[in-house]
Write a protein that binds this ligand. Structure first.
Ligand code: PMP
Length: 466
C-alpha cells in the first residue's frame, strides 16, 4: 500500500491524529475547538463494518453520512474507478462530454417519476440543492417573473452547507451562528408529528400543516413564491415521516399555484427506502425537480445532481430567449469517474440490493421498535433502512432531554465501546446502516444499542439528572 494509506499496521494512526490537531479544520466544529480537534480515526471498512484507530471493528450504524449504501470495500466499485481513470480521468464539461454521464442520466431517468428525464450533475447534495434553486430563479427570470423567487422550507430541514442551500436549513443549531439569504427563504413548521401539541391527532396535525401552507401562499402571494423544497423524509432532523397525506396535498397546492415542488432526495434516493427514488414509488409524488447525492455512488466518489422535469426545459426552449443563459456549472459537473462508479453502484442496487433492502426493512424497524421498552426512549420511528431513536426526559410529556446532558453522544460513546457507531443528534440516535445488512447483523446492532442506552440510563440516574 502507498505510504499515505495509513494504518495501525505501520503506526501512522497516532501520528495522523497529531497532524489533524495541528492542520485540519473539521466540519461543524465548535469555536472553542476549531483548528485543534482530532476525531475518532477510522482506518478501514468492509461491508457494514469500519475499523477504528485501535483496530476495533464497529458496525457503521449511519453508513457514513447515510451514504455507504452498498457497503464498504466493494471491489467492483474500486475497479470501475480505476478503469475509468485509466480510460479518461476528466473532461471539460464546458464544451466536451463523456459517455458515462449520458448513460447514467438515461438510467436515472428510467427510475425517476413523471417526466423527470434530464440530469445536471454536481459534486454533492449542497451543490445539487443550490443548482435546483438557481434553476428556479433562472426559469422565472426567463419567463419574465423576476419577483417569483421566494423559497418555502421547513423546521427540522437540512439541505446543505452552501449559502443558499444552508439558508433553507431549519434546525436552530445550523443557523444560530451563521448568516443566510433570509430575504429569500420563508420557514414553515416542522412536520414532526411526535412534537405535535398534546391531545392532537396526527390527522389534525397534518391538516394544520396544510392550512399553514395555504395561508402562507395567500399571505405572500403565489406570484412571489418560486419553490417549495422538502425532504420526503427529513433525515438530519430526526427521520421525520410526513404525517398522513400532507406532502401529496402540498404537492397539489404547489401545482395549482405554479410553485415548483423540489424533492430533496439526497438521503432517500438510491436505496435507503428500497427504491431508487422514494418520491414516486414510496410517496406517489411527481416533483418538478429531484436532488440526489450520497447513495448515487454509495459514497465512493463525491457526486450529486438534480433531475429536472421536461415540462420546465421545454418551456425554456420555447422562450427561445436571445441572450438568457443558465450561467451555472461546476468544474466537476458530469465527472466521468463519478458517473462510472455510479453506474456500477446502480447495477448492484438493481441486481439485489434494493430487493434485499425491502426484505430487511420490516425486520429492522420491528427490532428497533422494541427499544421503546426502555424508559429513556420516547419514540422509535423510521421507514426503509432509516430510523431514529428519540430519547425523552419524561414519556408522558415527551419532554426532550436538555442539550447539556448530550444523551445522543453518551449513547454513542457506550456503543462505540461495544462495537457500534451511532449518529448522535442531540437527544436522538439515527440508524441508517449499509443496505447490505443481514438479520443477524441487525440483531447485533439493536443489541448493542439497547445496552448502550441502558448504560446511559444508569449514568444519568447516578448523576441524579434523570
Ligand atoms: N440534502 C439533504 C437532505 C442532506 O441530508 C444533505 C447532507 N446530509 C444535503 C442535502 C447536503 O449534501 P452534501 O453534504 O453532500 O453537500
Amino acid at each position: 500500500a502507498a505510504e499515505w494509506i495509513v494504518g495501525t499496521q505501520n503506526g501512522q494512526g497516532a501520528h495522523s491524529v497529531e497532524l489533524a490537531k495541528r492542520h485540519l479544520v473539521q466540519p461543524w466544529p465548535e469555536a472553542g475547538e476549531i483548528g485543534s480537534e482530532a476525531r475518532a480515526l477510522i482506518e478501514g471498512g468492509e461491508g457494514i463494518y469500519i475499523t477504528d484507530g485501535e483496530g476495533k471493528r464497529l458496525i457503521d450504524g449511519p453508513a457514513g453520512m447515510w451514504c455507504v449504501n452498498v457497503g464498504h470495500r466493494r471491489e467492483e466499485l474500486a475497479r470501475v474507478m480505476y478503469d475509468q481513470a485509466m480510460q479518461l480521468s476528466y473532461n471539460t464539461p464546458w464544451y466536451t462530454m463523456n459517455a458515462p454521464s449520458a448513460v447514467l442520466a438515461e438510467r436515472i431517468a428510467g427510475h425517476a417519476p413523471g417526466d423527470l428525464s434530464h440530469v445536471f450533475y454536481t459534486t454533492g447534495g449542497s451543490t445539487a440543492v443550490e443548482s435546483a434553486l438557481r434553476f428556479m430563479q433562472f426559469y422565472n427570470n426567463v419567463r419574465g417573473r423576476p419577483e417569483k423567487k421566494l423559497i418555502l422550507s421547513r423546521g427540522g430541514a437540512y439541505h446543505g452547507s452552501t449559502y443558499l442551500s444552508a439558508s433553507l436549513n431549519g434546525r436552530p443549531r445550523d443557523r444560530d451562528w451563521m448568516n443566510g439569504a433570509d430575504d429569500l427563504v420563508v420557514k414553515l413548521s416542522s412536520p414532526n408529528a411526535f412534537r405535535r401539541p398534546a391531545g392532537m391527532t396526527v390527522e389534525a396535525f397534518a391538516d394544520g400543516l396544510v392550512a399553514e401552507f395555504e395561508e402562507t401562499v395567500q399571505r405572500l402571494g403565489a406570484d412571489r413564491i418560486g419553490a417549495f423544497v422538502g425532504e420526503p423524509v427529513q433525515a438530519s432532523g430526526g427521520v421525520v415521516l410526513p404525517p398522513g397525506n400532507y406532502l401529496q396535498r402540498i404537492r397539489g397546492i404547489c401545482r395549482d399555484n405554479d410553485i415548483l415542488f423540489i424533492a430533496d432526495e439526497v438521503v432517500t434516493a438510491f436505496g435507503r427506502l428500497g427504491h431508487v427514488f422514494a418520491s414516486g414509488e414510496v410517496f406517489g409524488l411527481d416533483p418538478d425537480m429531484i436532488t440526489f447525492a450520497k447513495g448515487v455512488t454509495s459514497g465512493y466518489f463525491p457526486l450529486g445532481g438534480m433531475i429536472v422535469s421536461d415540462r420546465l426545459l421545454a418551456e425554456l426552449r420555447r422562450s427561445n430567449h436571445p441572450t438568457a443563459m443558465y450561467a451555472h456549472g461546476l468544474t466537476y459537473t458530469s465527472h466521468p469517474v463519478g458517473c462510472a462508479v455510479a453506474l456500477a453502484n446502480l447495477d448492484l442496487l438493481e441486481n439485489g440490493v434494493l430487493e434485499h433492502t425491502r426484505a430487511m426493512a420490516p425486520y429492522f424497524q420491528a427490532q428497533l421498535k422494541t427499544l421503546e421498552e426502555l424508559p429513556l426512549v420516547g419514540e422509535v420511528r423510521g421507514i426503509g433502512l432509516m430510523a431514529c431513536v428519540e430519547c425523552v426526559a419524561d414519556r408522558e410529556s415527551r419532554n426532550p432531554l436538555q442539550l447539556d446532558k448530550n444523551v445522543g453522544e453518551r449513547i454513542d460513546a457506550h456503543c462505540h465501546e461495544l462495537g457500534l457507531l451511532v449518529r448522535p443528534l442531540i437527544n436522538m440516535c439515527v440508524m441508517s446502516p449499509p443496505l447490505v445488512i443481514t438479520k443477524e447483523q441487525i440483531d447485533d446492532m439493536v443489541g448493542i444499542l439497547r445496552e448502550g442506552i441502558s448504560r446511559t440510563m444508569d449514568d444519568l440516574r447516578k448523576e441524579g439528572v434523570w
